[in-house]
Design a protein around this ligand. Structure first.
Ligand code: FAD
Length: 414
């Protein structure tokens, strides 16, 4: 792998950029690997990376039916925060957020992490009390958040209408080191590092069956042939139910489309991320100048990776109340991704009834921010059979009624 540096850019500039090598190899599938990861999104790639980096397991294939990051990883609104209420969630999201701080250096790939600060607006008394409770919980968990009032909100985000026609802004839950990162770059950075460790990234390779024998996983069938493995990690977000059926069990998740849209690019006008959960809409400004806007989930189970007009109308209406200046913006693109939602709005990182087969899913509307922490914990679970970060996120919690209720922190799409 060519190391990226200022020196490398200068050297390549002097020789017409003829010396760059491919970011990752394009290998043919081998008949067998120690570990196969299904799903070339952020979580699958991060899992493979930490398997290699933390446990020296490098005979690994990452099998992706489309292109890397073509699922939700490349479709999200890139928000990163760790201000969750429950201890297990705060632990994994804060681990992820802290890994994001140095991810570019770690991967030698610029993931454009921008800890510009994030606020979740409280627009009802109830919401205000809820966020105050979260701030207290975050203090105990070692997550740095605070409550700020309308004057400070207006100072941080002058384009906001804090008086609001329907709901005035009463305060906000502020996380100064929350922010955004470039989502494709996160997938590409991990992929490049995995390939450099000798792992095989198999794009355009769909898994069509999971092979097992005597209750143990033996491998997978793919559109490019059979691949054997001792351990299988399934990290396919909205398709988790489909893969679970191949493995012979059912998951307590529903798959629904979540939507987002971006405006035409404009001059810098907002250097924080704002989530307005009561009116439902959230917005940040990308480095290109587009206003990146998150909408809601469809109210019915489906597998469409498209946007729909009623969501645009609802979301834009909510945001115009909060940011009147965007009423004159043209919207450029809209899209959707299939998110995998659990009843308690917390993820599943777990062993399964099929020995050797592990599932990492249920990140729903908010898993981009978790990618490094999830990969770190899931790799440990796959390598050692247990991980403190994943301990509470097992499938058994649904049988035992040990829910990790994050419906307030994760109820809004983000
Ligand atoms: C519109 C939208 C906005 C969002 N905004 C945010 C946000 O601001 N912040 C945040 O934290 N999160 C956000 N999310 C959620 C976040 O994007 C996801 O939780 C996260 O990207 C999930 O990553 P993943 O790697 O698990 O899944 P994915 O990136 O979806 O990767 C799964 C991969 O599995 C592959 N696959 C599926 N079936 C098979 C098969 N049979 N064989 C081989 N491969 C297969 C798919 O092609 C896909 O590439 C948003 C999501 C959406 C849709």
């Amino acid at each position: 792998m060519t190391r990226y540096s200022a020196f490398a850019i200068a050297r390549e500039a002097a020789r017409y950029h003829s010396g760059w090598t491919r970011a990752w190899r394009k290998p043919e599938p081998k008949p067998r690997y120690d570990v196969v990861i299904v799903g070339g999104g952020g979580h699958g790639l991060a899992t493979a990376y930490y398997l290699g980096k933390n446990f020296g397991i490098t005979n690994v294939a990452i099998v992706e039916k489309g292109w890397l990051g073509g699922g939700n990883t490349g479709r999200n609104t890139t928000i990163i925060r760790s201000n969750y209420l429950q201890d297990p969630s705060a632990a994994i999201y804060e681990k992820a957020r802290s890994l994001y701080e140095t991810l570019s250096q770690d991967l030698n790939y610029n993931v454009m992490f921008s800890p510009r600060g994030l606020m979740m607006l409280a627009q009802t008394e109830h919401e205000l009390r809820g966020y105050q409770r979260t701030v207290h919980a975050n203090r105990l968990q070692g997550v740095e958040t605070e409550m700020i009032g309308p004057r400070e909100i207006k100072r941080l985000c002058p384009i906001m209408n804090v008086d609001g026609p329907r709901y005035p802004v009463l305060g906000a839950l502020w996380q100064a080191r929350g922010g955004t990162a470039r989502h494709d770059a996160v997938a590409w950075g991990y992929a490049r590092a995995c390939s450099d460790m000798g792992m095989d990234i198999l794009q355009n390779t769909e898994v069509t069956a999971i092979r097992s024998e005597g209750g143990r996983v033996r491998g997978i069938a793919t559109t490019r042939g059979e691949i054997g493995c001792d351990r299988l990690g399934v990290v396919v977000a909205g398709h988790s139910g489909v893969l679970a059926e191949m493995a012979g069990f059912r998951l307590p998740i529903e798959s629904v489309a979540l939507q987002a849209l971006v405006s035409e690019p404009i001059k810098p006008c907002m250097d924080v991320v704002v989530m307005a959960n009561t009116v439902h809409g959230y917005m940040s400004q990308s480095d290109k100048g587009e206003m990146v806007i998150g909408g809601g989930t469809d109210g019915f189970v489906n597998y469409t990776q498209r946007g729909s007009f009623h969501h645009i109308e609802e979301t834009v209406r909510a945001l115009i109340e909060t940011f009147p200046m965007i009423s004159r913006l043209k919207m450029l693109r809209q899209w959707g991704g299939i998110v995998d939602v659990t009843g308690d709005r917390s993820p599943i990182l777990s062993k399964t009834p099929l020995e050797g087969c592990f599932f990492n899913c249920g990140w729903g509307t908010g898993g981009f921010k978790a990618i490094p922490g999830s990969g770190w914990g899931f790799a440990e679970l796959m390598a050692k059979g247990a991980s403190p970060l994943c301990a509470e996120f097992g499938l058994d919690r649904f049988r035992e009624g040990r829910f990790i209720d994050e419906s307030v922190a994760a109820g809004v799409a983000h």
